[in-house]
Design a protein around this ligand. Structure first.
Ligand code: CP
Ligand code: NVA
Length: 301
């Protein structure tokens, strides 16, 4: 049994194994209608809870559909409907949920809750996004990049904008998959916490960072867990990090642009750039389904 909480905790070979499972599971779906179950039903007789403390479109639907295709069953619940929102601790909740369920996928704005859930459960736990990381998204992005361009090893990947949960998972992935990650963000964002984990290059000026880029990744300037004050601050200081066509032109001619969505058009990315790369964003979203199925298969392996 394995937990999927953070990319940094998982050995590179195991991460590659998940990508292999994902590719096999995706290939199996070729020309099959979405509501048909997989030939090999890896989650048969398994019941999985999806706990959401924050809104979600892609994560929620891709997990629900994936678990259905794998022959399992889901219970989806907002944590506001649970005693968690009253006074019950995550440690007690974790012990109780382990009595009913075979696996939990959780989205939370408090990473410590996710760690408690992992520590006090005896079933696999998957991080469906926390305030600190979004490993399902980033592993699935690596799958998407490699599907289109081949190995990501040695490639120049530029993160543009807020140093957020998705960025943290890219930092962790750069070490495991050996790609060059360049972070381009305002220097005000380089807190001691970020500096401690920043094992990659930093370039304040996007024009310099994007030179020879093979992949540009951006995300919303503010995340679901940010307060109104933090959102306003980001909106003000990130204006020079807006992805425009002129910035894209600085990169390699066949450079990809990734956005995990949802998009704030004309904030972090100009609407025309988003339109140019929208097919790629859809591939990223589609691959969430296949890669999360790979993750769930691995969790029970
Ligand atoms: N990218 C992503 O995780 O999207 P949702 O917030 O819609 O799940
Ligand atoms: N950084 C964003 C990602 C949304 C999928 C957030 O946490 O809101």
């Amino acid at each position: 049994m394995n937990n999927f909480v953070d990319i940094k905790d998982i050995d590179s070979n195991q991460l590659k194994k998940i990508l292999t499972f994902s590719a096999e599971l995706k290939a199996e779906r070729n020309c099959i209608s979405k509501g048909t179950k997989d030939f090999n039903k890896h989650l048969v007789n398994k019941i999985v809870a999806l706990l959401f403390k924050k809104p979600s479109t892609r994560t929620r639907f891709s997990f629900e559909v994936g678990i259905f295709q794998m022959g399992g069953q889901t219970i989806t619940v907002s944590s506001n409907e649970m005693q968690l929102s009253n006074f019950e601790s995550m440690t007690d909740t974790a012990r109780v949920l382990s009595q009913y369920l075979d696996m939990v996928v959780i989205r939370t704005d408090n990473h410590a809750d996710l760690i408690d859930l992992t520590k006090y459960s005896n079933i696999p736990i998957i991080n469906g996004l926390s305030n600190k990381s979004h490993p399902c998204q980033v592993l699935s992005d690596i799958f998407t990049f490699e599907e289109i361009k081949g190995s990501i090893k040695g490639k120049r990947v530029v993160w543009l904008g807020d140093l957020n949960n998705v960025c943290n998972s890219y930092i962790q992935a750069s070490e495991k998959f050996n790609f060059d990650l360049i972070i381009s963000a305002p220097s005000e964002f380089l807190s001691n916490e970020i500096k401690a984990i920043l094992n990659c290059q930093y370039e304040m000026h996007p024009e310099k960072a994007l030179k020879n880029a093979d992949l540009i990744v951006t995300d919303s300037w503010y995340s679901m867990h940010h307060t109104r004050k933090e959102r306003k601050l980001r909106q003000d200081i990130l204006q020079n990090y807006k992805l425009t066509n002129d910035l894209v032109k600085i990169s390699n001619y066949n450079c990809l642009v990734f956005h995990c969505m949802p998009i704030h058009r004309n904030n972090e990315i100009m609407s025309d750039v988003a339109d140019n790369f929208f097919e790629i964003f859809l591939k990223q979203a589609e691959n969430r389904l296949h890669v999360q199925k790979g993750i769930m298969k691995w969790c029970f392996s």
